[in-house]
Design a protein. Structure first.
Length: 748
């Protein structure tokens, strides 16, 4: 064991050897925290003679738990195949796996059978739909997923159905409370738990049964928790209860990497550890084994702007390394092309493999432009933690509508769209339509027309109620077919998206619906490339079909991973490209009005930069086609928080300033202060705007905090201003910088 201890650095040794009492290990990115944690478990067993069964080690993912247990077995010279239930092996697992083991033994105390089942997402959704039908709650007005989301959030705060009912107030909360009570009742009748019940019930069990609490306090004499910054209120409460007797709790985490607030994680848990345990020993793991010093310095300069944090001074024995590359692209297409060219260049000149690189972005919608560039360049890629753009349900649904407009004999497309959004038209109705279509040469739209216009639809075996829905469907698709002759592809998508009820359906689905809405808007960006084509719809459908087919052909193991910054946590790559470093993307527009959310966005940026071992690229565009519109980009504030001396600034060599003035968006937004690095660019925009807007009398005398209105972006609030521009937050599009005297603003 002494040789193992000697292999650690001084701070890691300190973390391992301090076994008694509460310990907070603040472990920076790439500082070897997992190594310290596993060595600590082994040290307790071999040197302190603690029984493995008196040790509890908790983490967040099955993968992390599996790796930790495997490493512990290796250090203890135990066979890998040894069961985790063996007395020679400590309790290592996720919060939920450990709690399920306990519930199997003890859950009868709270009225469940030990053979309970655990409902997955689909089971929960099916149950909630049934509950809502029985309670006559409209699934059109409130989506089942929105109610399940509210219930999940409540349970993670240890609020059960009865408690929720007592504190509800709004109409939505009243509806949730009613459904929550019935949902909980149905779960109990089925002897079932959902995922969030697992920790909720453990806490309930131990609060109501002191003997059970004491039993597990005695069993778990030493508690270790990985990724403590990611704990929610329920997990925090459980750990506090279990550690209360022996006070031997060691938590490992990094408040700088707390990025899951949107799913209930509370960074305050790690920040307040010393308040919860006044005698806690704090150990800082500040030596980084992953990145160069330049990368660490840049990341630190970003995170240091957060007020709510613990201070660490990350350092490394690695070289200073290359400067970070800051690339200004004309648009998302040249941004993506730059990434592919850099990868090809480094692969050729430095012998890197494709999986030495990673492309990181804030939202999944950004992957579309990257995917197209990578396919064109012949570089294999893989979407990590998400679907490829054209495989996402909402994208496939809208495309199915378009394919059916293009070919009304398309059975696959018809089957997909006939009941999306829900119209009460199920498989039996579809089968009757298919059979009848034989009389019309397989034309399904003509078949639907026949049924819709019949005096009595029952002659076709279709009840009048369903015929009424078919009439609506026929009108939608008939109108869309006519519109396809005169409208652009983008206009046709917007028409179908709105008039089909799809947009309204997503609007009721909370945050998930907003993400899916953004993907549909991104499809509009692709469609607008075909404006002006005589056969625009056909050309568009041909392109997306080929893209989808190419996706299916990428069965290659050595690939460039694409992922969101959230998915990148815990991973590392030789070179990392963070694309879309612009206001509204990173930081996300939702964070503009919230200090706590902005701090989480800054932590997200920190996580992204510290994934890089050798090279980090930060990319932003001057304008971006995203969510169906062209937007002038404002460089992320996080870039400005990094000292220029750490950057190698590069520009898009293909950029032609003359092209920029053709954009109506630029005329409307007039971001002349954004191009300070191009000496005469501001003057050009000013002259261009004055000529364009000489008849307008646009005001420039608004005050900070004033409510204004813009003809395109709607109502907004002025948050700051300088001599040339207003910074305005719009609920619809986030932060925009608009030129004083030229932007068409008026009082709201």
């Amino acid at each position: 064991m002494s040789k193992l201890i000697d292999s650690l650095n001084d701070k890691q040794k300190e973390a391992v050897l301090k076994t008694e009492g509460p310990v907070l290990i603040l472990a920076g990115a790439g500082s070897g925290k997992t190594r310290a944690l596993t060595f600590r478990i082994v040290y307790l067993i071999l040197e302190k003679n603690i029984s493995p069964k008196n040790i509890l080690a908790v983490t967040f993912t099955n993968k992390a738990a599996g790796e930790m247990l495997s490493r512990v077995k290796e250090l203890l010279n135990l066979p890998e195949e040894l069961s985790s239930f063996s007395s020679d092996v400590p309790h290592v697992g996720t919060f939920h796996s450990i709690c399920v083991r306990i519930l199997r033994r003890e859950i009868d105390r709270i009225g469940f059978d030990s053979k309970f089942v655990i409902y997955d997402d689909q089971d929960q959704l099916a149950l909630m739909k049934r509950v809502m039908r029985e309670l006559e709650v409209s699934q059109e007005q409130i989506k089942p997923k929105a109610i399940l989301g509210a219930i999940s959030s409540a349970k993670n705060k240890l609020i059960d159905a009865e408690m929720f009912e007592q504190q509800q107030g709004s109409y939505f909360e009243e509806t949730v409370a009613k459904c929550f009570l019935r949902y909980a009742k149905e779960l109990k009748l089925a002897n079932a738990l959902d995922f969030d019940d697992i920790i909720l019930f453990i806490v309930k069990l131990m609060r109501e049964n002191p003997d059970i609490l004491q039993k597990y306090q005695t069993m778990f004499r030493y508690i270790m928790v990985d990724e403590y910054q990611d704990t929610n209120h329920a997990q925090y409460t459980l750990l506090k209860m279990l550690a209360d007797k022996n006070n031997n709790i060691c938590v490992v985490g990094d408040d700088w990497q707390s990025i899951y607030g949107w799913r209930g994680a509370d960074v305050q848990n790690i920040l307040d550890f010393e308040k919860d345990y006044p005698d806690a020993k704090v150990v800082l793991l500040e030596q980084n084994y992953r990145s160069t010093q330049n990368i660490l310095d840049a990341a630190h300069q970003v995170i240091s702007k957060n007020v709510n944090r613990k201070e660490k001074n990350m350092w490394t024995e690695n070289d200073s390394g290359d400067l970070l590359t800051l690339f200004e692209a004309r648009d998302e297409k040249t941004e993506a092309n730059f990434v592919t060219e850099e990868i090809q260049k480094m692969k050729k000149e430095e012998g890197h493999k494709f999986d030495d690189f990673a492309v990181l972005y804030r939202t999944n919608a950004q992957s579309r432009a990257m995917e197209e560039a990578f396919m064109k360049a012949g570089i294999p890629y893989k979407i990590i933690g998400g679907m490829k753009f054209y495989q996402r349900k909402e994208v496939k649904d809208i495309l199915a509508y378009l394919f059916f407009v293009h070919n009304t004999k398309n059975k696959i497309g018809f089957e997909r769209i006939i009941n999306i959004p829900a119209r009460g038209l199920g498989d039996k109705t579809v089968e009757k339509i298919f059979n009848l279509a034989n009389q019309f040469e397989g034309d399904l739209l003509r078949t639907v027309e026949k049924i819709a216009k019949a005096n009595d639809s029952r002659e076709f075996g279709i009840p009048p109620s369903k015929a009424k829905e078919l009439q609506k469907f026929y009108k939608l698709m008939g109108d869309s077919l006519m519109a396809s002759q005169t409208k652009t592809v983008a206009e046709l998508i917007e028409k179908i998206y709105n008039e089909s009820g799809y947009e309204k359906m997503l609007a009721k689905d909370g945050e998930e619906g907003q993400i899916r809405h953004e993907n549909v808007q991104e499809l509009l960006t692709v469609a607008r490339k075909f404006d002006g084509y005589e056969d625009g719809l056909e050309s568009f459908l041909e392109e997306v079909s080929l893209v989808s087919q190419t996706d299916n052909d990428l069965g290659i193991t050595e690939v460039v991973p694409f992922m969101t910054l959230h998915s990148a946590k815990g991973l590392e790559y030789n070179s990392v490209f963070i694309v879309g470093m612009e206001e509204g993307l990173l930081p996300h527009s939702r964070a503009t009005m919230s200090e706590s959310e902005m701090e989480e966005e800054r932590r997200l940026c920190y996580v992204g930069i510290t994934r890089a071992k050798q090279k980090a690229y930060l990319l932003y565009t001057m304008k971006r086609n995203i969510y169906g519109s062209t937007q002038i980009s404002v460089k992320s504030r996080f870039i400005d928080e990094i000292e220029p001396k750490l950057f190698e600034q590069r520009y898009d060599e293909s950029y032609n300033e003359g092209d920029f003035f053709q954009s109506e968006t630029v005329i409307n937004q007039g971001l002349d202060d954004y191009f300070d690095n191009r000496k005469d660019f501001s003057k050009k925009i000013n002259r261009f705007n004055m000529n364009k807007n000489k008849k307008q009398k646009n005001r420039s005398d608004f005050r900070d905090g004033e409510n204004i209105k813009h003809p395109e972006f709607g109502n907004g609030i002025i948050v700051s201003q300088d001599e040339k521009t207003f910074s305005i937050v719009f609920p619809t599009v986030g932060l925009k910088k608009l030129a004083k005297g030229f932007a068409p603003l008026e009082n709201a």
